[in-house]
Design a protein around this ligand. Structure first.
Ligand code: ATP
Ligand code: MG
Length: 483
């Protein structure tokens, strides 16, 4: 265990860390903060939820000269929600020093954003598309950037973003410091990364598995048509505090959300086709616990740090193993426990094994609960509600009627009727989803190196997600770069 005061951090940030309740540095922080402060380029890889944001944020904040009203630190992150979150975390670390941070992302009002940029923040956290937009319009100045960070570096250097990232980095002076962080870093991506950096120090927090050990990982083998009923049964038995359910496509997310709502769950969906206003409001409601289930595409897979997420369900198994690692990493963060359940159709079993092999982790088989078990789960919820009402002790007004009822019926019959009235009987609402193709590992390659397999699968995953032909791919990039 390392104390932050051993890492050469200045007083104002030390105070911020104390205020944030960070007592000890995590391993990735202990290993990369001194390198970052020393001005080195760093590629940092550590598991999800282990504090990579502060690992790049602290050295960046250290380099900011607050007397100079220019952008000196630039972080690029793949999604809008992540840009906002990273900006907030940096703000917490930097405000005592007087460093001003600004998130800049697609879907936000352009004029307002330009005004905010004119106000000269010290650090900007941006999504790539919108950042390029500003660079082209010359509404952002990056000539004074001393530290550039790619958060979720492998995603940022994935084929869909690579050209954008090159263009962005070209605009920043070469004597900059470049920091790249992610929980996953396939070798081919690391090679690309090295071309953008100066003698980077590679720090990989050693662990046997790519996933964190405090996430219990399960799989449920289930036929496509039974997936939805299995999901609601599981939710009734698990009773998650907050759960994220990942679906493969936007349409799938919409259908799942509607289905869950129809069965009485407080669920809302998030994906790239929604307006930014809707995306933000859904995420805020989820953070506040006003909805209990967030249904999402991979747009919510990376980086999001929402405390209280106890369960992640892969309703559809992700194509690539990295996506699996990031998705399940939305739970089990900062040392807390979490549970991840992946649905596998019988034809997808080989894909499950591939994910296990690449991530070096094992998923335990979970027997799906029966309808009766789910029913008992639902009733338990009602029992809890009744117990809470009893504890409040303000039942005086009801006693007379209760006594009369007891003269007419026996107590078990009365309580059963109350339970029935208060329990959501979900199965009365049938839900059918459009069918989807199973994920397959065909063409994953039989090379003897795991990396090769990983790479192949990774590419396939990319194609499957982002359109197979070059043309469609391009279209996708355009769409994405508008972010
Ligand atoms: N040293 C620390 N002590 C206690 N909590 C910490 C510490 N460092 C970070 N945290 C908290 O841990 C949580 C996870 O941190 P963060 O989001 O930076 O993880 P990450 O490694 O970037 O994960 P991901 O790979 O999913 O992006 C955050 O809530 C953060 O505030
Ligand atoms: Mg992160």
């Amino acid at each position: 265990m390392t104390n932050f005061n051993q890492l050469g951090i200045s007083d104002s940030i030390m105070k911020a860390l104390e205020k944030m309740g960070f007592e000890e540095a995590t391993p990735i922080q202990a290993q990369t903060i001194p390198l970052g402060i020393a001005g080195k380029d760093v590629i940092g890889q550590a598991q999800t939820g282990t504090g990579k944001t502060a690992a790049f944020g602290i050295p960046m904040i250290e380099k900011i000269d607050t007397s100079v009203r220019k952008i000196q630190g630039l972080v690029v992150a793949p999604t809008r929600e992540l840009a906002i979150q990273v900006s907030e975390e940096l703000h917490k670390l930097a405000k005592i020093k007087g460093v001003r941070t600004l998130p800049v992302y697609g879907g936000q009002h352009m004029e307002r954003q330009i005004r905010a940029l004119k106000d000269r923040p010290h650090i900007v956290v941006a999504t790539p598309g919108r950042l390029l937009d500003h660079l082209r319009r010359k509404t952002i100045r990056v000539e004074d950037v001393k530290v550039a960070v790619l958060d979720e570096a492998d995603e940022m250097l994935n084929m869909g973003f690579i050209d954008d990232i090159r263009d962005i980095l070209k605009a920043i002076p070469e004597d900059r410091q470049t920091l790249l962080f992610s929980a996953t870093m396939p070798k081919e991506i690391r090679n690309i990364a090295a071309t953008l950096m100066k003698e980077p120090e590679e720090v990989k927090v050693k662990s046997k598995e790519m996933t964190v050990s405090n996430i219990d990982q399960y799989f449920v083998e289930v036929h496509e048509k039974q997936k939805f009923d299995t999901l609601t049964n599981l939710l009734d038995v698990h009773v998650p505090e907050l759960a994220i359910i990942f679906g493969r496509t936007k349409k799938r997310v919409d259908e799942l959300t509607e289905g869950l709502q129809a069965r009485g769950f407080r669920a809302e969906g998030i994906h790239g086709d929604l307006t930014q206003g809707k995306r933000s409001s859904v995420l805020n409601k989820f953070k506040l616990g006003r909805i209990e289930i967030l249904v999402a595409t991979d747009v919510a897979a990376r980086g999001l740090d929402i405390s209280g997420v106890t369960h992640v369900y892969n309703f559809d198994i992700p194509q690539d193993p990295e996506s699996y690692v990031h998705r399940i990493g939305r739970t089990g963060r900062a040392g807390k426990m979490g549970e991840a359940v992946s649905f596998i159709t019988p034809r997808e079993v080989p894909h499950l094994h591939l994910i296990e092999k690449v991530t070096k982790s094992k998923m335990k088989r979970m027997t799906p609960p029966s309808f009766d078990e789910a029913k008992r789960g639902q009733q338990q919820l009602t029992v809890q509600k009744i117990a809470k009402t009893i504890e409040k002790r303000d039942l005086q007004d009801y006693r007379e009627t209760a006594t009369e009822l007891l003269e007419e019926y026996d107590s078990v019959t009365i309580v059963s009727a109350v339970l029935k009235m208060l329990t959501k009987e979900r199965r009365q609402t049938p839900v059918t989803l459009s069918s989807v193709q199973p994920v397959s590992v065909k063409g994953a390659g039989k090379g003897n190196s795991k990396n090769k397999k990983f790479r192949n699968d990774n590419k396939r995953g990319f194609n499957a997600r982002k359109g197979k032909q070059g043309g469609r791919n391009r279209k996708f990039q355009n769409k994405r770069s508008k972010d």
